[in-house]
Design a protein around this ligand. Structure first.
Ligand SMILES: C[S@@+](CC[C@H](N)C(=O)[O-])C[C@H]1O[C@@H](n2cnc3c(N)ncnc32)[C@H](O)[C@@H]1O
Ligand code: SF4
Length: 456
């Protein structure tokens, strides 16, 4: 085990923010577990629906349409046309109605609802409103339920904002990426920087919801000066929350091809991204904002970031909409990404499942690790107390923890906290911790004997 851990060691450096690793860890999906046969999907789904749910839970609705494909983004699926709005809202409502009365839906409150995409704010005002209203009529939302609508500035007009608020949305998460017009336009963002500022002022002045925006650091043409302006603008606008995401340039993505062709300047290299993250963290701290997760900050208590926190900790997630994924009562599932298949299943009165898996027993400890890294505070002693398979994990990864401590990524003995550098590299630390946990649990499995050994 000790030798195997060395592949996860950070480089010995006195500047871990810039140089701890040579690449960022890829996001590792949790273990999928055993697949349910396709012909049994609907039968097993009915059984899942008839069992009670417990614990905190969230609801996710996916709207897989965008007006255009922004260069940096890997979430684009379908081109938006105005005539998609009413039929897609009808389909979401039908899907919501299909399972609304089941035990799984009704047995315990839902603490957060999230409309994600794609671009939920592409839907027409009246369609957004009727979907939100139908959720509130049909599902047991907690009294303080966070209801977030994600979207972009383009297409998000006053009528839509007011329709969402009147229907019950209490949080908007809007991707801005940068307020600099050149940086925005080169990534395919349609609104200018000043239009973005005016949009947020209008939303803020209504004072009826938590306003959150996403910034990306390391975009082409985003100099350090531009980055400082971006941070300052969020604070000066008095928004409630901000995500500071580090740009990932996926191989084969539109951005990577544009850079390779010389049509776009390269993204900031990793050491520069680390420095930009460090600057962002310090700036938000000086302005009195609270860091809620490795990439999220809130100004005051109005911003709770509840959906993201719960989803990272593995809470049950009731999912709706083409391309969405959820997990409930010990199963994880995906919904057809093809709009035609999605609509056809709903017309036949079926949940449009594209996959259904029994949750892997390892998913619970792996979720614990993910939640701890997300909260920047990991209590491995508690993991060992609550997860039967996790006994001895802390001891078995001692050499790795010592390396991360020595190289300035983590601090603390009993409870591990992430330093500024650890927060920047959080995805890498999580990828490696999960891999180390899998190695540890494999080392605890009794070796399978061959037939001859059994017979002897
Ligand atoms: C699911 S996307 C939806 C955003 C919304 N449709 C918009 O256009 O602003 C949510 C966020 O993911 C982030 N994101 C997308 N691609 C990214 C990438 N390659 N690297 C870092 N962050 C990315 C962006 O900040 C984006 O706002
Ligand atoms: S950033 Fe938003 S609008 Fe642009 S492609 Fe991604 S999901 Fe679509």
């Amino acid at each position: 085990m000790k030798a195997a851990l060395e592949q996860f060691f950070a480089q010995e450096t006195d500047d871990p923010l810039r140089y701890a690793f040579q690449r960022r860890g890829a996001h590792m999906p949790g273990s999928a577990g055993e697949a349910v046969l396709e012909e049994e999907h609907q039968l097993v789904w009915q059984e899942i629906q008839q069992s009670k749910r417990s614990g905190m839970a969230v609801m996710y609705l996916h709207v897989p349409f965008c007006a255009n494909h922004c260069l940096f983004c890997g979430f684009y699926r379908n081109k938006w046309h105005e005539e998609h709005s009413a039929p897609y809202a009808d389909a979401l409502i039908k899907e919501l109605e299909l399972e609304a009365s089941s035990k799984a839906s009704q047995s315990s409150p839902i603490n957060a609802v999230y409309f994600g995409g794609g671009t939920p704010t592409a839907l027409h005002a009246k369609d957004l409103a009727r979907v939100i209203r139908r959720i509130r009529e049909l599902y047991p939302l907690s009294a303080d339920c966070e209801i977030t609508v994600e979207g972009r500035i383009f297409h998000f007009d006053d009528d839509k904002i007011d329709a969402c608020l009147d229907a019950g949305a209490n949080r908007f998460s809007t991707g801005v990426q940068s307020f600099n017009t050149k940086v925005r336009k080169r990534q395919g963002r349609k609104a200018s920087g000043s239009e973005a500022i005016r949009f947020f002022e209008g939303l803020r002045d209504r004072n009826r919801a938590a306003i959150v925006c996403d910034l990306i650091l390391g975009l082409p043409y985003q100099t350090e000066e531009v980055w400082r302006d971006d941070l300052r603008t969020v604070v000066d606008l008095g928004l409630d929350g901000v995500d500071l995401y580090t740009l990932a340039v996926f191989p084969g993505s539109t951005l990577s091809k544009a850079i390779d062709k010389g049509a776009c300047d390269p993204a900031a290299p990793l050491p520069q991204q680390g420095a930009m993250y460090g600057e962002g963290l310090e700036y938000m701290h000086r302005q009195g904002w609270k860091q809620i997760s490795s990439s999220h900050w809130g100004r005051q208590t109005r911003e709770r970031n509840l959906y993201n926190t719960l989803i990272k900790s593995g809470a049950d997630c009731l999912a709706f909409g083409s391309g969405a994924g959820g997990n409930i009562n010990g199963y994880s599932y995906g919904i057809h990404g093809g709009i035609v298949d999605y609509m056809r299943c709903l017309e036949e009165g079926e949940k449009p499942l594209s996959r259904l898996h029994r949750t892997d027993p390892l998913s619970s400890p792996l979720n614990f690790l993910a939640a701890g890294i997300e909260e920047m505070r990991l209590d491995l002693g508690r993991l060992e107390r609550i997860e039967p398979g996790a006994g001895g994990f802390r001891n078995s990864i001692n050499p790795l923890l010592s390396n991360w401590q020595r190289t300035g990524l983590i601090a603390g003995e009993e409870i591990i906290s992430l330093t500024t550098a650890g927060r920047f590299w959080h995805q890498t630390l999580l990828t490696y911790l999960k891999a180390a946990f899998k190695l540890h649990s494999a080392s605890l499995q009794p070796e399978t004997k061959t037939y001859q050994e059994e017979a002897a």
